[in-house]
Design a protein around this ligand. Structure first.
Ligand code: GDP
Ligand code: MG
Length: 160
């Protein structure tokens, strides 16, 4: 018998993961993917892109007024990124937990087994992104992959 409440609380979710330029250039892509799969996520979409100033600025528009914004855009456009749509029950919050705190230097102390602790460098170069809510996940996935069920509106950007 299906219990609607239980069923509802165990709904599959999608979230956006990005291996940032430092993660790709330091050859962490395969290691991070292995951790993703071992942690029970399915990788349902994947592509390598070189972000340009326009799409990096749009993607991080919530931070556009902040002092670190120009550096963030330089960092995010410094090399290819690996974009992945991850799927799992509770994917959004479980992926945020797995990547750890924003500051990789602090993560090495407080969350040593997190991906940012293992692969990141500091507050900026923290090697991975994770959507911070279901709403952000839907928006971010649509931005990079269009409607992933129909394939419509997939922005190819500069797919490599
Ligand atoms: P996240 O959701 O954990 O990725 O963190 P935020 O949304 O607050 O910030 C977005 C990204 O900007 C982070 O992942 C870092 O790469 C970078 N960032 C955040 N805060 C700072 C900061 O104070 N200085 C610098 N240089 N980069 C930052
Ligand atoms: Mg964020």
């Amino acid at each position: 018998l299906l219990c609607p409440l239980l069923h509802g609380s165990r709904k599959e979710e999608k979230t956006l993961a990005i291996i940032k330029p430092d993660g790709v250039s330091s050859h962490y892509t395969n290691k991070i993917k292995a951790v993703i799969l071992e942690s029970g996520f399915a990788i349902v979409r994947e592509k390598i892109l070189q972000l340009d100033e326009g799409n990096a600025t749009y993607f991080y528009s919530e931070h556009s007024g902040k002092s670190f914004f120009p550096r963030l855009i330089t960092y995010m456009t410094s090399g290819p990124v690996c974009l992945m749509v991850l799927e799992k029950v509770n994917a959004v919050s479980d992926w945020r937990t797995l990547i750890g705190p924003t500051d990789a230097r602090k993560a090495k102390v407080s969350h040593p087994t997190s991906i940012r602790a293992m692969c990141g460098v500091d507050l900026e170069r923290n090697c991975v992104h994770g959507s911070d809510s279901r709403e952000s996940a839907a928006r971010e996935i649509a931005f990079f992959f269009g409607d992933i069920n129909t394939g419509k509106g997939d922005r190819k950007h500069d797919e490599l």
